[in-house]
Design a protein around this ligand. Sequence first.
Ligand SMILES: Cc1ncc(COP(=O)(O)O)c(C=O)c1O
Length: 399
Amino acid sequence: MDKQYPAHILKCHPMMGTNIIKANNTLLSSAAGKELIDFESGIWCAALGHNPDRLNGVIVDQLQYVSHLNTRLVSDLAEKLAVDLLELVSFKQGKAVFLSSGSEAVEMAITLARLATDKPKMLSFSNSYLSAYSHMTMPRKTAAWLELDLTQCNRCPRKDCYSECPIVRDIDFSQIAAFVLEPGNSGGRVLLPTAQLVEYLADNVQNDGGKVVVNEVTTGFGRTGKWFGYNHYNLQPDLISMGKALGNGYPISAVVMTRDIAATVESQGFKYAQSHQNDPLGCRIAAEVIQIFKDDNIIQRSEQLGSFFVKQLRKIENPLIKEVRGRGMMIAIELNCPALAEEVFQQLYDQGFYVGCLPYASVVRFYPALTIEQRHIVDVCQALTGILNNLTKDSGSHE
Ligand SMILES: Cc1ncc(COP(=O)(O)O)c(C=O)c1O
């Protein structure tokens, strides 16, 4: 038996009692000998799988030199990572700053957009997850936030009616400091905003002097089958927040910004210094992550495996499935009711598959490492088919 829930760890979110002692690519092993295929890549961070040898080698190597520095002593490794990232997003002469968590990166990007525009309001989708800090989680019911209900827009049959649409027609774009776009995750539900809506908002905000902040904490680095989630839209961001896969499980995040934003906030004397800002170990790891993505064609792999995965899931014919949504390796199945999601999660767990579960949204989700083997995708789809078939029988026998 695995030991029960840890007695001295604050319980502030659901946890299993499983004591995981080893992780290798997508395989998790517990102290009690249970094996699980990880379809969550940690919490969406280990896009290259857990503990890849090449990255481990770089970590061990860097530990012989320097891992942490005073904020006045900036290593060349930070400069190298900045150049690599700026090239990836084509921000010529832009700048970057490296922090520890995705939450910090989103907060920082919003702060910078506000400073750069001196406008009072932020525009976002009501169900976007932006950061762990209480004023940034959903819902943000403050006067500074103008939030659009993405689900209503996505259901609307008309796609070119913005001048009449009650959701967007009254937006005073001159007041908007930034449109903070989470390009298609929304807390693991895989809600994908339409291109028409996103591009309309981005164009109008930028035309009126506001900025487009893209939150790529989850959607960045191949999760959606492209380098970044915003690459699915025709827009040019001003600031981009990154995290999670950037460190493949090591806590490093980034804010990347255009030259104009950097020049504006620097000229205002913007001050920010945090304990792990631009730390050399994190920067070396992130630069290696990017290089592995390039060398191993990980983006293409994500795109191909993701479309295979979605096709397999859509083949499952079962009345308990409401919808299968996916973009790259960011995949969710919405079931007919919340209790079902929890039941499917538990049964998959019992059969050796660790998937994501959002009971309140009736969602079971799959955000595996982009290095997952195709056979594991086939296996989880087979297991899911069996579980859903049995549940359908069970619900029929009670009628
Ligand atoms: C879209 C999005 N933004 C920001 C965050 C916050 O990142 P972190 O948990 O690293 O602070 C998350 C975390 O799940 C996220 O999904």
